[in-house]
Design a protein. Structure first.
Length: 237
């Protein structure tokens, strides 16, 4: 299969960088901003990864709470029908009490202040929906004495991935079939009729839009409410 690349644009200078170079690039902006106009309070540069291709870089204020980050992740990538979610420090051992906890008590309290928990190098795991789970990994890249008027500022996000229609292999995939697997499941609008002819479910309910999220195709997820202009299908020209 053709390898798909992941890249994003920098919020500050609008230049495009590959996924693995974006963190380093942003740190140059932060260091400059901290030097020129140091703030009294800290903000944290975090990277959120959904698999190898989907990423978000954010600046989050130390006064923000985990619940606000949860709401942001739901808004940009995840929310389908109000499932439960949880943050956990990566590698944290489950305590005996966790076995007796109610599902809504899993994970860290959403009331925790970012500044009381986050530090450079910390990794968290996040889960949305404990049935058809979407798992994300959050890395605290660094901390700086800078603040923005927004408690959470989106700095970069992977641009829509260059996924091709699996039938004609020429046009961008616009829709996918959520029940088929093993064969072609992603189609452009010209080819989707070919799949509809042999897949009754597709015609009935299983056709869903290609969106820029690690939850694409899961539980009727149909796109986010934040940064929607980058949530669609890539444009080939
Ligand atoms: Zn930049
Ligand atoms: Zn759902
Ligand atoms: Zn096609
Ligand atoms: Zn199908």
């Amino acid at each position: 299969m053709r390898k798909i690349n992941s890249e994003g644009k920098c919020y500050y200078c609008n230049k495009t960088y590959a996924a693995n170079g974006m963190g380093r690039h942003l740190s140059a902006h932060f260091k400059k901003a901290e030097k020129e106009k140091p703030a009294k309070k800290k903000s944290y540069h975090i990277k959120v990864a959904g698999g190898n291709l989907y990423f978000l870089h954010m600046l989050i204020h130390g006064d923000a709470r985990l619940g606000q980050l949860d709401a942001y992740l739901r808004g940009i990538w995840l929310e389908c029908c109000g499932h439960m979610s949880a943050f956990e420090v990566k590698g944290a051992k489950k305590s005996v009490n966790d076995w007796f906890a109610e599902p809504e008590e899993f994970g860290l309290s959403m009331e925790i202040k970012i500044g009381d928990l986050f530090k450079k190098g910390l990794k968290l795991e996040y889960e949305y929906d404990f049935g058809s789970t979407t798992k994300l990994e959050i890395s605290v890249m660094n901390e700086y004495f800078i603040t923005d008027k927004n408690k959470i500022l989106l700095l970069s996000r992977n641009e829509p991935l260059h996924i091709l229609c699996e039938l004609c292999k020429k046009k961008p995939a616009q829709v996918m079939c959520v029940v088929c697997y093993g064969g072609a499941t992603m189609f452009c609008n010209s080819c989707k009729g070919i799949h509809a002819k042999k897949c009754d479910d597709f015609a009935d309910y299983a056709e869903t839009n290609v969106v820029n999220s690690p939850r694409m195709g899961v539980c009727g997820y149909d796109g986010g409410r934040i940064d929607v202009q980058r949530d669609g299908v890539w444009q080939s020209e």
